[in-house]
Design a protein around this ligand. Structure first.
Ligand SMILES: *Cc1c(COP(=O)(O)O)cnc(C)c1O
Length: 396
């Protein structure tokens, strides 16, 4: 089957390593048999010479496989404790590939406060193609059961959720998925495999926007999938090859380079995240602060159980609770940059209602807590004092 198929360039080798070692070496054995370069070469080529028709060295055309992309795919699989990795031109292209597993009439149950782009892809593209979505509050996982029908095929989970930082119990949802023979996919963009390993908790598919923490330097847009099941991997590989939303060699290289420091960056993101969250919580001009590390966060016990840290993503509202007050804060920030995206070394601030979540109708948005005064922070790896000082002056 796949593992012995010379086209299956995305199969991870299974050498036992701990996580920090995997970020550097995972899936990277024999990366350049030609010259032994330590970093994977950027194979900027569309095609590969054949000695005789069909006589190639494992790659024939870069849509179906490219050695640099393959190095990234193996790294992703290794980090997520999976067997097969696939890299795409964006996180949404990765989600798009997963949705192409289904046909009209199929139903998918998805987390309610979903990343705005995922919600848009689901409702504005795939609903038109006949796939039905149910958006469900999954904080209490048993809530999911009432939405399962004979047509349900997959549960799509995002945890921590964006931007409300709700935590969903992956192991508990996985039990429901298994009982009902449903696939479970987890968008692991916010947590990264450093903090959370969905496949180990029973998920079938892990999805990443590598644009964020995995790349880590805000310089590429890349997506990824990791699975364990060979049949599922084969289907997804077919879709990747047939639809073509692949990650290019240059971007693959950049994400691979980013991944080498993932563990160091995540450690600092977590430390700075904690400091900033605590600062905000004590500030008189701040309303609510959403960060799963707080003991009074409604899902703190789940976060503690399934994550090894609480990350650097924080949302908060202003005490005044108006659009104007939030706008003023984000405009006054100097170290934090007002920008979409997250997970880079630099700290970013976003205004979900008008930026990342603008495509979700206001009533829908506010039901999940994305009010006009909500600000989302991606706390970077700068000095803690500078980040807190910046927030202090912007709030004042
Ligand atoms: C950014 C993001 C995506 C989409 O990824 P792109 O790389 O921007 O296409 C999906 N899910 C989450 C949680 C994200 O933050």
């Amino acid at each position: 089957m796949l593992k012995h198929n010379e086209y299956a360039t995305f199969v991870a080798n299974q050498i036992a390593m701990k996580f920090n070692t995997k970020t550097i070496h995972g899936g990277q054995e024999n990366i350049d048999p030609g010259y032994g370069s330590v970093m994977p070469p950027i194979y900027q080529t569309s095609t590969y010479a054949q000695s005789t028709p069909g006589g190639h060295k494992g790659f024939e055309y870069s849509r179906s496989g490219n050695p640099t992309r393959s190095a990234l795919e193996k790294s992703l699989a290794s980090l997520e404790n999976g067997d097969f990795g696939l890299a795409y031109g964006s996180g949404l292209a990765a989600i798009d590939a997963v949705l192409k597993l289904f046909k009209p009439g199929d139903e998918i149950i998805a987390t309610k406060d979903l990343y705005g782009g995922s919600y848009r892809l689901f409702t504005a593209i795939f609903e038109n193609l006949g796939i039905r979505f149910r958006f469900v509050e999954m904080g209490e996982e048993n809530n999911i059961k009432q939405y399962i029908t004979d047509n349900t095929k997959m549960i799509w989970v995002e945890t921590p959720t964006n931007p409300m930082m709700n935590i969903i119990d992956i192991a508990a949802v996985s039990k429901i998925a298994k009982t009902n023979k449903l696939l479970l996919a987890v968008d692991n963009t916010f947590a990264t495999p450093y903090l959370q390993l969905p496949l180990d908790l029973g998920a079938d598919i892990v999805m990443h926007s590598a644009t964020k923490y995995l790349g880590g330097h805000s310089d590429v847009v890349v997506g990824g999938l990791v699975v364990k099941d060979e049949k599922l991997a084969e289907k997804l590989y077919f879709i990747q090859k047939a639809s073509g939303a692949i990650c290019g060699p240059q971007d693959s290289f950049l994400v691979l380079r980013g991944i080498k420091t993932l563990h160091l960056r995540m450690q600092r993101h977590c430390e700075n995240g904690e400091a900033v969250a605590k600062f905000l919580k004590a500030h008189p001009k701040v309303g609510k602060v959403y960060w799963p590390g707080f003991r009074d966060h409604p899902n703190h016990h789940i976060a503690k159980k399934q994550m090894t840290g609480f990350g650097g993503m924080i949302s908060f509202s202003t005490k005044e609770d108006t659009l104007e007050s939030a706008t003023k804060v984000v405009e006054n920030l100097k170290v934090f940059t007002l920008a979409e995206s997250l997970g880079g070394v630099e700290s970013l601030a976003g205004h979900p209602a008008s930026m990342t979540h603008a495509s979700i109708p206001k009533e829908e948005r506010e039901k999940t807590g994305v009010v006009d005064s909500l600000i989302r922070l991606s706390v970077g790896i700068e000095d803690e004092e500078d980040l807190i000082g910046d927030l202090e002056q912007a709030l004042g």
